[in-house]
Design a protein around this ligand. Structure first.
Ligand code: G4P
Length: 525
């Protein structure tokens, strides 16, 4: 197959949702369609198997959550689909944000009863920032939920994105009769007793009296009125607008009952983007370029606790990656070759000889990589778009075993390179502060420091509100600020100036008193 055709047929995306909206169930149904798994329940049982084989993940096993981000690939209708799984637990939101930097589009799952929830809002913010095209799947139509029009208003208001329904539900809960597929002009009927798609009827004219024979007079009247309203209120669906991230098509269905999922997938492969150009510091990199370029967006640690081995997940942005061919590790300026790169087909990892732009490969690593590192065929490229966000929680990290100070420092450094949390070193007294999104990360760090590095740490409280990356064109003001806030100035792991604001009030005052200083809540600005 021609090289560019390989790239064109790839669809790399993530399914995201607030926990329990149905992300795992939807992923599993998509894998079933792709023939990648054959039994329902396989996705969940894999999660359990994975946790059982990796020691430090005992923490997640106890809590029944999945910390790991993995990739599931399969072929469907002439396309190569790469689904990037994201941890559902909100304490690992940073992991999810980074995964979103490696996808070309996103499917957001929303529970019809719960509507837009906190985690969905945050994830959508990241998609908006990156202009990632988004499709919304409204799930659990077999249950009672919100009025679909109200829900669409809520999505527009809360997620700040225009929507366009491409399917429309015919009632819901125990009365759920199916959906009208606006995109393909088909009537998809749902039979409660059978719980799967029973009939899909081409139906170009909903005014036809035949509609009554399928769903009865009252629902027919309602569907016609709803569709008329949709045509009147929402703009026609336009693929380029979707690809710019300005409009999100919406589908309705029930993942658990495998209803509306195939329709979603069929539309997805038609409209979702193939690998998109990626912005590097130096220039825009096109996927079809011949030379290879990719970046590390995730480091999956310690598959085997006896060896400090990791897998670095690399998103290929351009060209073709080949096994045993030397590539440049741009940060080190050194050439490396990889004898056992892995790809992820369905739920299996296997060694691959080549992979193309859009694909994710896993490179076994013994500490050479950190998040954001670039590999290329030789060009010095630095891919943008892997910002650190201001953490929500902060604690001092202290050494609890004076004999193991070296191990502790090494452990902290490597865990931060993996992106487990963020380290801020205070400029005033050199004390180290760890910033996380949630409490669970502190436990993971403590556990891993002990089990992988033999180091013991203890946490001490520090009352902080936000970490702000600061910059200014006014050097005098910047200098004054740093002097005034000496006790609250820190360096992040790249050595950038960070102001640690101890309260929202103090931060507002600082912003007023120092108008020429810009305060950023993410490290990329
Ligand atoms: P998540 O990955 O987004 O956290 O959600 P997940 O797929 O695990 O789904 C959360 C719960 O919602 C599961 O029930 C799942 O079966 C259910 N669910 C998913 N899709 C639908 C749907 O279309 N209709 C209905 N009625 N339920 C749905 P659970 O009881 O928590 O888990 P399980 O015991 O079924 O595995």
């Amino acid at each position: 197959m021609a090289y560019w055709e390989e790239i064109q047929k790839r669809r790399t995306f993530a399914i995201v949702s607030h926990p329990d909206a149905g992300k795992t169930t939807l992923t599993e149904k998509l894998l079933l369609f792709g023939g990648a798994i054959h039994v329902a329940g396989a996705v969940k049982s894999n999660k359990i198997r994975k946790t059982a084989t990796s020691d430090w993940m005992d923490i997640e096993k106890q809590r029944g959550i999945s910390v790991a981000t993995s990739v599931m690939a399969f072929d469907y209708a002439g396309h190569k689909i790469n689904i990037l799984d994201t941890p559902g637990h909100q304490d690992f939101a940073e992991d999810t944000f980074r995964t979103l930097t490696a996808v070309d589009s996103v499917i957001i799952v929303i529970d019809i009863a719960k509507g837009v929830e906190a985690q969905t809002r945050k994830l959508m913010e990241v998609c908006r920032m990156r202009k990632t095209p988004v499709i919304v799947f409204v799930n659990k139509l077999d249950r009672e939920g919100k009025d679909p029009f109200d829900l669409l208003d809520e999505i527009e208001e809360e997620l700040h994105v225009n929507v366009r329904p491409l399917s429309w539900p015919i009632d819901m809960g125990t009365r759920f009769r199916g959906v009208y597929n606006i995109y393909e002009k088909k009537l998809d009927l749902y039979t409660p007793s059978k719980q799967y798609l029973t009939e899909s009827i081409a139906f170009t004219n909903v005014q036809s009296p035949e509609l009554e024979s399928h769903i009865g007079a009252s629902l027919s009247g309602k569907l016609r009125a709803d569709l008329e309203l949709i045509e009147g209120v929402y703009p026609p669906f336009d693929i380029p607008t979707y690809l710019c991230g300005d409009i999100a098509p919406v589908f309705f269905g029930s993942a658990l009952n495998n209803f509306g999922v195939k329709e979603l997938l069929d539309c997805f492969i038609r409209i979702a983007p193939s690998p998109r150009p990626v912005q590097a510091l130096e220039r825009v990199v096109q996927p079809e370029e011949e030379s290879f370029g990719g970046f590390v967006f995730k480091i999956h640690a310690n598959m085997d606790p006896n060896h400090r081995s990791c897998i670095a997940f690399v998103k290929i942005c351009s060209g073709r990656f080949e096994r045993n061919v030397p590539y440049k590790h741009v940060r080190f300026g050194k050439w490396m070759r990889f004898s056992s790169p892995t790809a992820f087909m369905a739920q299996k990892k296997e060694t691959v000889d080549e992979a193309f732009a859009g694909d994710i490969i896993g490179l076994p690593d013994t500490g050479n990589f950190k998040i954001g590192d670039t590999l290329t065929s030789g060009e010095d490229l630095h891919f943008k778009g892997l910002p650190s966000f201001s953490p929500e929680m902060f604690k001092y990290i202290e050494n609890a075993d004076p004999m193991k100070a070296k191990q502790l420092n090494k452990g902290i450094e490597q865990l931060m390179d993996e992106g487990v949390a963020q380290l801020f070193t205070k400029q005033f007294d050199g004390r180290k502060i760890i910033g996380t999104v949630g409490q669970l990360q502190f436990e993971v760090i403590q556990y891993r420091l002990l089990h992988e590095y033999g180091a013991q740490c203890k946490w001490e409280p520090v009352g902080l509100h936000k970490a702000c990356w600061i910059e200014s064109g006014n050097a005098v003001m910047l200098d004054n600020f740093k002097k005034r806030k000496m006790q609250y100035m820190a360096l992040d792991k790249e050595g950038r100036d960070v102001y640690l604001a101890d309260s929202a009030y103090v931060l507002t005052m600082a912003q007023q008193d120092f108008p020429d200083i810009r305060f950023h809540f993410s490290s990329e600005f």
